[in-house]
Design a protein around this ligand. Structure first.
Ligand code: PGA
Length: 224
């Protein structure tokens, strides 16, 4: 089981240090936190496993606003998210760009959590499986690659997928790629155990509920 906390654009360095001082991860589960770039160093100092929220596909170059795998590795960062739906929806990132980011990071020795998932309109149109196929097709196949299934309609909305719906999507994803699959979208201490009990749910990617050390620890305990 892997439980990853995606902090999005929350927590300064000072708040990151305060979280790490208060957070008590249980044994028996792998825990990762994904702070914003400026707080990565402070998070690494705590001894927790730290992933970035994005990574570029080049070692260096004229890419204003981007960060490379080598820069992350120098800080002691272990991996990165790629293709989060907020990157796709708000910043125009594509399936191919996500795949290039994943491929480069994996080649540089980082672990990668690649996010996939359908919007509400796509689900209502019966397009969930074709969207997942399209998003997964260009991703590299690699033993350090983890998939996060995050239905876009469940992110930050309080609308969690039912355990059965998550299980169906995870099982489908595993017919397309041989990788662990995390569930993400309004995971909370109250619903984590039921979601994590599904046979093809290999962990969780947690947004809002990962910002508080007690609620994140409760989710980690549900997985342990
Ligand atoms: P949420 O976010 O848990 O706040 O819904 C999940 C994510 O975006 O990774």
């Amino acid at each position: 089981m892997l439980i990853a906390g995606n902090w999005k654009m929350f927590k300064t360095q000072a708040k990151t240090r305060a979280f790490c001082a208060a957070f008590e991860p249980p044994g028996g589960v792998e825990v990762v936190i994904c702070p914003p770039f400026t707080s990565l160093g402070a998070a690494v100092e705590s001894g927790l496993t730290v992933f970035a929220q994005n990574v570029h596909w080049a070692d260096e170059g004229a890419y204003t606003g981007e960060i490379s795998a080598a820069m992350l590795k120098e800080l002691g960062v272990s991996g990165s998210l790629v293709g989060h739906s907020e990157r796709r929806q708000l910043f125009g990132e594509t399936d191919d760009g996500t795949a290039r980011r994943a491929e480069h990071a994996l080649g540089a020795g980082l672990r990668v959590i690649a996010c996939v998932g359908e919007t509400e309109a796509e689900r209502e149109a019966g397009a969930t499986e074709s969207v997942l196929r399209r998003q997964l097709a260009p991703l590299p196949r690699h033993e350090q690659l983890v998939i996060a299934y995050e239905p876009v309609w469940a992110i930050g909305t309080g609308k969690t997928a039912t355990p059965e719906l998550a299980q169906d999507a995870h099982a489908y994803i595993k017919t397309l790629i041989d990788a662990p699959v995390l569930y993400g979208g309004s995971v909370k201490p109250e619903n984590a155990a039921e979601l994590l009990a599904q046979p093809d749910v290999d962990g969780a990617l947690v947004g809002g509920a990962s910002l508080d050390p007690d609620s994140f620890a409760a989710i980690c305990r549900a997985a342990a």
